[in-house]
Design a protein around this ligand. Structure first.
Ligand code: AGP
Length: 608
């Protein structure tokens, strides 16, 4: 979704702004813009509907300034257009603002500002900020005071960066629900909504807290609260590798991230397995054994793939710890006035740690006195900070919009949680050892699946032209089917339905035809015979079947088969999912899709 960058220092800001915006492209956007202020006075502004490359082409050589802000916009208020792109100026063209988030009382503020003489040039909620700050930036008022006063009138969420032509020696930034990171350089400072934009320039960062502002100058920064109290923030070091932000020789980030999974799973497991007691060490949960024994239910909250990973997590927790567990879309949860029970443990799942619906669900649970843990990839993100404890995935930055390695690491994290809870309850040492060994074997088993990438590309080319695809699985296989269908539709735009295999004859069997092939998850477990019966029913209706299985079904039951190495039954879903990632990837490539930035989607959905 929207992205923010800013620079102040001795150099020309524009190259950093354009490169930083290009680094944020993966988040999804429809327009981009930059504004700079500098020695010659006044603000220079360029903004376009389209890509960052279009913006770069529109920026003239004389577009120079040592202080600047930039933005990629994902339209919420008003269509994608040059006028609606950020930055937005006040009428005197003194103040420039970029903004992520939503100003909820924008209509009311717009009416008031218009009555006071402001002339609006866009349909955005953001433009009110420019006029509002300008209204407070009267003679002798410091920019930070004007911003603070303006924000006092605003209801909503924001991450903002503000430039003032009359005070070009500073940028003022603020955060309330939308991330802002300061990057500390040598006599220069960077700002971004996401560390990926600035990690090439500095590893020393400060993540602003909600309700915090900062005045950023070339030689440092000062942070303070909305009621003007100074805060003291220690920089932290970004430990993600710089090459995580490059495709590293792969054709797409998605393919690279799929292939990174043996390593990312190793990092999720790193130092957490305890072979002696056949359990997992998860100190970050902040729950001792006694507190854990009092938990009667687990409720998992996440959106999209995070929700599906939560479904796999719920099954792991029920099976290994025998605690009832259930996953629910965070986006629905918070709107149904949920009952929060003292003996229920809530677990929020998010790769980005920024998803607004998930964050709001966490806040709803906490407001009602519930306890929430986070399973989050991005260190220091809003959801991670809001939770009472949790597990970081350490999967590394995920750039492609479609989640793959973070999904897999989330399931691994749930296996660790389930093992830990299970060993505190009734999971035997022998079963604990069985799971520990299976977890250790995962990276090599994932490598075995990845080695089939070319063969899967061949199958994808064969199936990609279908009018749609059905994904089916039973019990443990059903969340795999859901995630497989999600991946295919999200990046290839091929319609995909996921059903429990057991439900097929209660309706969707009517869809089966040669034009609608079925991807069937057929693990070698206690439900194998039932799954094979379902394949027979599909074949009897001239359906085509691509089986993802541990053993090749008879040719009369499946037209094609992808073989996956066997793990323990509880962990099989994780491995069965990997070929579906490759299937979706190769189908998207075969259809010529924009694999890493599929249409209409954003990497982090930071608005409602
Ligand atoms: C996954 O492929 C999707 N892009 C999407 O469903 C995503 O998982 C969802 O928006 C949640 O994101 P989060 O994990 O960053 O919270």
């Amino acid at each position: 979704m929207c992205g923010i960058v800013a620079y102040i220092g001795p150099k020309d800001a524009t190259p950093f702004l354009l490169e930083g915006l290009a680094r944020l492209e993966y988040r999804g956007y429809d327009s981009a813009g930059v504004a700079v202020a500098g020695r010659t006075g006044g603000i220079k502004l360029r903004k376009v509907k389209g890509r960052v490359a279009d913006l770069a082409a529109a920026v003239p050589a004389r577009f120079k300034g040592t202080t600047g802000i930039g933005h990629t916009r994902w339209a919420t208020h008003g269509v994608p257009s040059d006028a609606n792109a950020h930055p937005h100026l006040d009428n005197a063209e003194r103040i420039a603002v970029v903004h992520n988030g939503i100003i909820e009382n924008a209509d009311e503020l717009r009416a008031k500002l218009t009555a006071d003489g402001a002339v609006f040039r866009s349909e955005t909620d953001t433009e009110v900020l420019g006029h509002l700050i300008a209204a407070h930036a009267t003679e002798g008022v410091e920019l930070e005071e004007a911003v603070r006063a303006a924000l006092g009138k605003v209801v909503g969420t924001y991450g903002i960066a503000v430039l003032d032509a009359e005070q070009p020696d500073r940028i003022v930034v603020a955060r309330n629900g939308s991330p802002i990171v300061l990057g500390i350089g040598e006599k220069e400072m960077f700002v971004a909504s996401d560390v990926s934009a600035l990690v090439r320039y500095t590893r020393q960062v400060v993540h602003l807290e909600d309700g915090e502002l900062a005045t950023v100058r070339a030689d440092g920064f000062r942070t303070f609260t909305e009621d003007a109290r100074t805060t003291h923030r220690q920089p932290s070091t970004v430990d993600w590798e710089i090459d995580s932000y490059d495709t590293g020789g792969y054709e797409h980030f998605l393919l690279k991230e799929i292939h990174e999974q043996p390593g990312s799973v190793e990092r999720t497991l790193g130092g957490r397995l305890d072979e002696r007691f056949a359990t997992a060490h998860l100190g970050g949960l902040n729950l001792d054994a006694r507190e854990l024994r009092e938990i009667r239910r687990v409720k998992i909250l996440g959106c999209g793939s995070a929700y599906y990973a939560g479904e796999m997590g719920a099954q792991l927790i029920e099976e290994l710890a025998r605690i009832p567990a259930h996953s629910e879309p965070a986006s629905e949860f918070r709107y149904r006035n949920p009952v929060i029970e003292a003996d229920t443990l809530y677990i929020a799942v998010s790769q980005s740690g920024e998803t607004y619906d998930t964050l709001a669900a966490v806040q709803e649970v906490k407001r009602k006195g519930g306890r929430v843990l986070g399973v989050v990839n991005t260190v220091g993100s809003a959801i991670a900070r809001e939770c009472d404890g949790g597990i970081y995935l350490h999967a590394g930055p995920e750039i492609s919009v479609a989640s793959t390695k973070a999904f897999t690491s989330t399931v691994v994290a749930f296996a660790l949680i389930a093992l830990h809870f299970g060993r505190i309850h009734d999971l035997s040492p022998a079963d604990g050892r069985r799971i520990v060994s299976a977890l250790k074997a995962l990276p090599d088993q994932i490598r075995e699946v990845l080695a089939q990438s070319d063969a899967i590309a061949g199958l994808a080319a064969e199936y990609a032209g279908s009018e749609g695809m059905m994904f089916i699985g039973r019990v443990r296989g059903y969340p795999v089917a859901r995630e497989g269908a999600q991946k295919l539709k999200e990046i290839s735009y091929v319609h995909a339905e996921a059903y429990p295999a057991s439900e097929l004859k209660h309706g969707p069997l009517a869809l089966i035809s040669p034009e609608l092939p079925t991807v069937a998850l057929v693990p070698d477990d206690e439900l194998l015979d039932k799954n094979l019966t379902t394949l027979g029913e599909i074949k009897a209706r001239s359906g085509r079947v691509l089986a993802v299985a541990h053993r090749r079904p008879e040719t009369k039951l499946a037209d094609h088969c992808i073989l996956v190495p066997k793990s323990e039954p509880e962990l099989d879903p994780l491995l069965l999912n990997i070929p579906l990632q490759l299937l979706a990837y190769h189908a998207a490539v075969a259809l010529g899709r924009d694999v890493d930035k599929p249409r209409n989607l954003a990497k982090s959905v930071t608005v409602e």
